[in-house]
Design a protein around this ligand. Sequence first.
Ligand SMILES: [Zn+2]
Ligand SMILES: [Zn+2]
Length: 314
Amino acid sequence: MESFILGTGGMMPLPNRNLTSMLLRREGELFLFDCGEATQVSLRQLNLKWKKISVILISHTHADHITGLPGILMLTAQVERDEPLIIIGPPKVKEYIETSRKVLDMYINYPIEIRELEDPGKPQEVYRGDGYSIRSFPLRHSKVCVGYAFEEDVRPGVFFPEKAVEAGVPRGPLWGKLQNGVKVDLEDGSSITPEQVMGEARPGRKVCYVTDTTWRDSIPGEVTGSDLLVCEAMFAEDLADSAKEKKHLTARQAGQLAAKAGDIRRMGLIHYSPRYTNRELKILRDECREHFPGAFLCRDRMVIPLPHREEDED
Ligand SMILES: [Zn+2]
Ligand SMILES: [Zn+2]
């Protein structure tokens, strides 16, 4: 699984900074989080197969997070695709897409399924796929806005063939049963449980996407345990008043949020105000690191590998 940062800017795209968007790739499936103007340019630069996008998740209907959608929908019509494209987001997402389709006379040759969140103020599962689920949880912004948590299911522990042999389970279909968590009965009348021949269950990976928001006490609890937390850090601390008024996070607050959440393996900052040059962003990083030392700056087209915890060397 990898995360691709398609853009890192807030408000408006800059010549060297696209608007905030992230793409997650897992076992050949793609998940797109937000889609501002020119998101498709980064997709092309990273040579990603946009045809494989299963779900698009929209945080809120501010222009910098949604105006790239019509382009992505048209781009997708240029390739053969039978599976529906699922778009999830807060109210008005449907109206925005349907109006754009109508006014632009969009040619769409595949099914689009729009799922608006009826109650975005409530944390909820918004999508379930093979081996993973996606949750939304409320943020606090000047428009209804949600964060997303992509979570893999718990995986069964490692199977130890030598233990199975020792316990008298012959190689064959019974091994498969044990691996699937089913107890097996042997011919001698004894039974063997999966726990006897397998290691402990292993947690799946979790990736959280949090933007745009001001501080909200419920956010740390939602993002705890993330293998990757991508979190807004729009302003430095000298503009804390402005951040509060516009309902955005400062980099320091982002660090506090991650510190409070705990068990965060990687944290990348995103959604930078256009007032900062790319060199000045280290101010944001350093302010965040006062609270969460491992934080890094997301950069446009950065690729972040997300190995399972047991595979991670560092
Ligand atoms: Zn924004
Ligand atoms: Zn916004």
